[in-house]
Write a protein that binds this ligand. Structure first.
Ligand SMILES: [Zn+2]
Length: 263
């Protein structure tokens, strides 16, 4: 994916790998089949249960077949993923499970967030993504998008407010790293490597913040998108098409009603 500045010049590229989407279920402290997992990892069942309560369960693949693969560097995939992530209701665990089944896990495990309480969970399910860590990342990104929108609306930019916002983002940006992309014509070129979907949230917010324009919410899907065009109402062509199809059927339905009323 190539990032461009306002004039359309490339400012950098980012590279990402294909991300597998596998159907997941949530394994919680109340799940009946925890004992064999605990025994295998050599942890006490009670400690595992306590840890699972803290992290509100971990996502476990419930199937070994890959549903689909998406590309962490594909502009359309990334746009749809970020819009979806920024509007999923984190208060509703079943919505979060649906989200994980659409996009795969975010790639964020709870080690840093939950410390000691999560150790037995991590030991038992290495690399597993927890509900709490997933919701934490989603709500941080959602709050950052709201704040960014408010900052961009201000008539006079405040350096202090922007710095505060950027500091909140920077603590998450560390996992995006510089790398080298191979251009068959020009040779080695700079690139940023994104390893996990969660990083796309931070790098997209960083991109939205450092380019001009405003943030808007799509009138069809409610997804955030950046634009310099005040007339732009929809995030992507697919939403423009769906909205005009909906308007068409709406007009037809009303015309029918009118005909019915006059008949
Ligand atoms: Zn939309």
């Amino acid at each position: 994916m190539i990032l461009k500045d306002e004039e359309g010049y490339p400012t950098g590229t980012w590279e990402g790998r294909p991300w597998k989407v596998v159907e997941h279920g949530l394994l919680t402290a109340e799940s009946p089949d925890l004992l064999p997992h605990a025994e295998k990892a050599g942890v006490a069942l009670n400690n595992l249960r306590a840890g699972l309560r803290v992290v509100r369960g971990v996502f476990m693949p419930s199937s070994s077949t890959t549903d689909r693969i998406w590309d962490l560097a594909n502009e359309d995939d990334v746009g749809a993923f970020v819009r979806d992530a920024l509007r999923v209701s984190v208060k509703n665990p079943s919505k979060v499970i649906d989200f994980v089944n659409r996009w795969g896990v975010l790639g964020t495990s709870g080690e840093a967030l939950f410390g000691q309480a999560a150790l037995d969970v991590i030991k038992t399910f290495p690399g597993a993504n927890s509900m709490a860590a997933t919701c934490e990342a989603l709500s941080k990104a959602q709050a950052a998008a709201q704040q960014l929108d408010a900052l961009k609306r201000r008539r006079a930019p405040s350096e202090a407010a922007w710095r505060e916002w950027a500091a909140g983002l920077e603590e998450w940006l560390f996992s995006v790293r510089p790398s080298i992309r191979w251009d068959p014509v020009k040779g080695p070129k700079p690139a940023w490597t994104v390893e996990r979907p969660v990083d796309l949230l931070w790098i997209t917010l960083w991109d939205w913040a450092t380019r001009g324009g405003r943030l808007r919410r799509c009138e069809h899907c409610d997804g955030w998108f950046p634009t310099r065009d005040p007339r732009k109402r929809y995030c992507a062509t697919v939403c423009t098409n769906r909205a005009s199809a909906a308007a068409f059927y709406d007009r037809q339905r009303r015309a029918k009603q009118r005909r019915g009323a006059t008949a």
